[in-house]
Design a protein around this ligand. Sequence first.
Ligand SMILES: N[C@@H](CCC(=O)N[C@@H](CS)C(=O)NCC(=O)O)C(=O)O
Length: 222
Amino acid sequence: MGKLVLYGIDPSPPVRACLLTLKALNLPFEYKVVNLFAKEHLSEEYLKKNPQHTVPTLEEDGHLIWDSHPIMAYLVSKYGKDDSLYPKDLLKRAVVDQRMYFEAGVLFQGGLRNITAPLFFRNQTQIPQHQIDSIVESYGFLESFLKNNKYMAGDHLTIADFSIVTSVTSLVAFAEIDQSKFPKLSAWLKSLQSLPFYEEANGAGAKQLVAMVKSKNLTIVP
Ligand SMILES: N[C@@H](CCC(=O)N[C@@H](CS)C(=O)NCC(=O)O)C(=O)O
């Protein structure tokens, strides 16, 4: 196997999704911290690797992949001892993909990044109520994904769970999950939190991000 290098930083949800996958597969890798707050992602060196200047980026023997979703899919497809984390069956895979597109578009970009990027990089501390409402609405969608399933894409763990848990444990900084309204989502979160590698790969970084949000003087505006 090639030498795997993951570029990222712990508070970043998509980086944590890749860390969960690397740990689940028990793969050796080097973790190179790219400090977004020191603008290291805009350095000439990093832009040569990823012109979109996002983290995570995975490098393997000079090959570069970015965006957490294809990174996770690649790692499981290449190194998984079986396909359970990213099924080869096309219908099952389509469900995993749908959940991951949902994470990328609705939870991460629509829900989280649209608040955190202005907050952290332009100190925009006023958050319109409708953005909070959208987050709560997205918890409802997740609850419905779990209607007949223990996990986000069926009866077992997949990379869709890894992706979604990273956003959800960050979005709680803006909207707590009400257990009485979202019982299945709450139970799913607990089951993810009980994974042996959870705390190291996601829990600690999520806490860092939530603490960074809470340190700001946020106000919700109509
Ligand atoms: N959909 C992408 C999102 C990546 C992303 O936006 N990462 C943020 C940090 S959480 C970032 O790199 N921001 C810096 C920038 O875009 O310049 C993924 O899943 O990897």
